[in-house]
Design a protein around this ligand. Structure first.
Ligand SMILES: [Fe+2]
Length: 209
């Protein structure tokens, strides 16, 4: 019996060591573990430019323009050839699918888009304002992932909306300011809500050198 218990303890120790090793390896990754960040590579044959229009832009209101400059870690130098991937819910607060989705579209839905910055570091997405999840406890948000030429992909703070009543001070405190604050203040510009956010690569990103 004693031998059996010893074998059991040995197995338990080995298993926990293995999981610790796995965790340590994952943590070496820039930005830490990220489920679904690899969706940034799912743009297929699309030739990426610094401007993209997301699906269903025409059918939805309020229309939204997300724009700004991506900077290197110094916060001053425009960062070129950086891919940004965003996805968000529809006006019902769900990640809509059409059926037959492949890859991460099965989770993220089809309201998604990609840009690649040019030498000015600027980006623009044309889309519409997402709704909060139907349970109404999580603020409206747009997920965003970054891929720099020489680093692995990592996520930054979601875009959130300063005038969203669900974005309480408690929710604001949960944000980590990865890449800088993602809280935008949309303002009407030519009939379209325009939200500006500059992104600083590596800011508050673990293991970033
Ligand atoms: Fe979400």
């Amino acid at each position: 019996m004693r031998t059996l218990i010893n074998i059991f303890i040995l197995l338990l120790t080995l298993t926990s060591c293995q999981s610790q090793t796995k965790k340590a390896n994952t943590n070496k990754t820039v930005g830490g573990p990220c489920e679904g960040c690899e969706a940034i590579f799912e743009y297929g044959n699309q030739k990426l430019t610094s401007i993209d229009t997301l699906p269903d832009f025409d059918q939805n209101k309020p229309k939204l323009r997300l724009t700004g400059t991506v900077f290197e870690k110094d916060g001053k130098t425009p960062a070129k050839n950086v891919i940004l991937y965003i996805y968000h819910t529809d006006r019902n607060g769900i990640y809509p699918k059409k059926g037959g989705e492949k890859g991460w579209a099965r989770r993220h839905g089809y309201i998604r888009g990609w840009i690649k910055t040019d030498k000015t570091g600027q980006y623009t997405f044309h889309t519409f304002r997402p709704a909060a999840y139907p349970n109404g406890t999580i603020p409206e948000h747009i997920h965003v992932t970054v891929k720099e030429p020489s680093k692995n992909e990592y996520y930054i703070d979601v875009f959130a909306f300063d005038d969203d009543p669900i974005l309480t001070s408690k929710e604001r405190h949960k944000l980590k300011n990865r890449g800088g604050s993602g809280i935008v203040k949309p303002a009407l510009n030519d009939g379209i809500l325009t939200a500006k956010r500059d992104i600083v690569l590596g800011l508050n990103i673990p293991n970033y050198e």
